[in-house]
Design a protein around this ligand. Structure first.
Ligand code: GTP
Ligand code: MG
Length: 613
């Protein structure tokens, strides 16, 4: 009896090969690993309409026969019959995603050039149709020289036709002109074929396809994304200024009013120094937070966010992370807490742990007040040419520093503590749409409310406690209140540790309450300087001017560098403990992040001093 014939399913990742395989072979499958590599080998039995039983193999997805990953290597070798212990398949079924035809046709041509009996499954026609695209399989058959069968693997549609085509696949030969093409030529041909095969297309689909061609282009896409983010950070400063000034004026006016009409005493001081001075200094950053979130929400609602994730997937793979980590990391730009909770969607435990450990490096919105107050005080409001503001540029650089830090940490972790291979990325790109104003307004209101609630609860409480610790014991005439206070003495202890990285006592003092939340660093500084003020006039000096008078530029830059890394957020640590079931990883996170913060601040300080800043 002759050997059972072998049929292999090939195609780009996510074309629906496994779905087709499952639909065709049903329960008659065997799953093992290919000998020597940990790549899944799925084989199953399948009976052709002619009654002939054949063996079907589901190959890992690949973009080309020139392998770049272990998965692709297996696919390439098996198809060519070069895999030890595996006989070459007798016929191939190339699975194409109809909604992504152009890209998938590039690989399909490479397969056809092998000259093996081949059938094409034009899969996911349901998705294409949903998006307003109808294709002509007959035209593709003509161009490719093999049978093209439309299928919907998940609904079992087109399977009988496909089986029939497989049974008669041997006699077919690849059409002329397909062999010996270079990659560029295959791309051009794929483009022409994909365009030519369109029977009908809605205007909207055409527009979306064009947008994707530009925004997802491997070269132009990342440049556009970077340019867009750059504009966002420019806007955070440029647009917020009038609103922030108005809020600042309001807080100043209230302070002046309280000083004029309330009797002198501790009660008034608590109001002016602690509540208005401290909490008020954080609240003035509301416009910046709102602008930042307006952009983030618009990116999400328009469908661009998913494209950004798609673009990032490659970069993430270089540091051993999958694109699955992108969404948790992206939400960490708002706040690491929802980000860490979103890692539950990552199935690989090491992938997930790595993502949790680097999530605090994404610049959360709590850092914005710290960054903004220091930048506004120390970075001149000037342009560096082409209308690019220096302040926005520095802010952009701080965000980039966080991301780069996270990438480096991920790279190191994936080679040591959380060793393992990166897993693939599956994500459906949503349709583009204009963000709805009402949804945006609701989303913005929610973010603003979260920020204000933090100001009213955690920041308020910590600032008041700090104010009390700054005011007791009371100084005798001639003594500095901050020097004799409890808080001042604790800070003096910490100052010894942070002196080598350029921090003064006031900065050390701000770091302690900021363990509760990063914004508290701003309210602490404001309160400390208000308490420290000898008279009312000095007390009314704005925080920015106080900082300018008391800090040098290298100190300010070191403080910024510190906050890029420092894990100063109690809630994040608590969530990390809950999500990793213990103290081991949160402790690890604290230690490594503080070490990085210390090193970064120190390097920044000494480099700035050496540069004569
Ligand atoms: N709507 C629709 N979804 C499909 C169809 N075929 C597959 N899918 C879905 O598309 C996703 C990817 O399908 P898979 O079968 O895993 O793709 P694959 O080609 O095996 O992917 P790799 O193994 O990563 O190369 C899954 O979520 C499937 O449920 C289809 O015809 N229509
Ligand atoms: Mg598969």
């Amino acid at each position: 009896m002759s050997r059972q014939r072998k049929i292999a399913l090939v195609g780009n990742p996510n074309a629906g090969k496994s779905a087709l395989f499952n639909a065709l072979t049903g329960a008659r499958q065997k799953i093992a690993n290919y000998p020597g590599v940990t790549v899944e080998r799925k084989a199953g039995r399948f009976v052709l309409p002619t009654g002939e039983p054949v063996e079907m193999t589901d190959l890992p997805g690949a973009y080309s026969l020139e392998a770049t990953s272990p998965d692709e290597e297996v696919t390439s070798k098996v198809i060519r019959g070069q895999f030890a212990g595996e006989s070459a398949p007798d016929a191939l079924v190339v699975v194409l995603d109809a909604s992504n035809l152009e890209q998938h046709l590039v690989f399909a041509q490479e397969i056809l050039a092998l000259g093996k009996p081949t059938v094409i499954a034009l899969n996911m026609v349901d998705l294409a149709q949903r998006d307003g695209l109808v294709l002509d399989p007959a035209l593709l058959e003509q161009e490719l020289g093999v049978r093209v069968v439309p299928t919907v693997a998940v609904r079992g549609r087109g399977l009988a036709e496909l089986a029939e085509a497989i049974a008669s696949a041997e006699t077919r030969l690849p059409g002329p002109g397909i062999t010996d093409l270079s990659l560029i030529e295959r791309r051009v041909a794929a483009h022409a074929m994909a365009e030519g095969a369109i029977l009908s297309e809605t205007r909207r689909h055409r527009l979306h396809a064009r947008l994707d061609r530009v925004l997802l282009n491997p070269w132009a896409g990342p440049v556009i994304l970077a340019a867009f983010l750059f504009v966002v950070f420019q806007a955070v400063f440029a647009w917020a200024t009038p609103f922030a000034d108005a809020l600042e004026g309001g807080v100043g006016w209230l302070t002046a009013l309280s000083i004029e009409f309330l009797p002198t005493g501790l009660g008034r001081d608590l109001l002016t120094e602690g509540i208005l001075g401290g909490v008020g200094s954080v609240v003035v950053f509301l416009p910046q937070i709102v602008i930042l979130f307006a952009f983030i929400l618009a990116m999400e609602a328009s469908g661009y966010m998913a494209r950004a994730a798609f673009l990032m997937d490659r970069m993430m793979a270089h540091v051993g992370l999958s694109g699955r980590s992108f969404i948790p990391l992206l939400s960490s730009f708002a706040c690491a807490i929802p980000g860490i909770m979103a890692t539950r969607a990552i199935s690989d435990p090491r992938d997930r742990l790595t993502t949790i450990l680097i999530a605090p490096l994404m610049t959360c919105s709590a850092r914005l007040p710290v960054y903004a107050v220091i930048i506004a005080a120390f970075i001149p409001r000037q342009t560096v040419g082409w209308g690019v503001g220096l302040q926005g540029l520095v802010l952009f650089a701080l965000y980039v520093a966080g991301v780069l830090g996270a990438m480096i940490v991920a790279l190191v972790l994936r080679r040591s503590v959380t060793k393992g291979a990166a897993s693939g990325f599956i994500m459906e790109l949503p349709k583009y749409q204009l963000p709805r104003l009402k949804d945006m307004a609701i989303g913005l209101w929610q973010r603003a409310w979260i920020f204000l609630r933090r100001a009213g609860t955690i920041i308020f409480t910590v600032t008041v406690v700090l104010w009390v610790m700054l005011n007791f014991p009371q100084a005798r005439p001639g003594e500095s209140q901050v020097d004799v206070s409890i808080a001042g003495r604790v800070a003096n202890g910490l100052a010894v540790v942070v002196e080598p990285i350029g921090f003064n006592r006031d900065m050390a003092l701000a770091l302690i309450p900021a363990m509760a939340a990063r914004e508290v660093a701003v309210s602490s500084l404001a309160t400390t300087y208000a308490v420290d003020a000898t008279d009312e006039e000095q007390q009314a000096v704005e925080l920015g001017d106080q900082l300018k008078a008391r800090w040098t530029l290298p100190m300010a830059l070191a403080f910024l560098a510190w906050f890029v890394f420092a894990p100063q957020c109690m809630s994040t640590i608590a969530v990390a403990r809950r999500e990793t079931n213990g103290w081991k990883w949160p402790t690890f996170m604290l230690v490594y992040l503080f070490a990085m913060a210390y090193a970064a601040a120190g390097l920044t300080y000494w480099a700035a001093v050496a540069a004569g800043l």
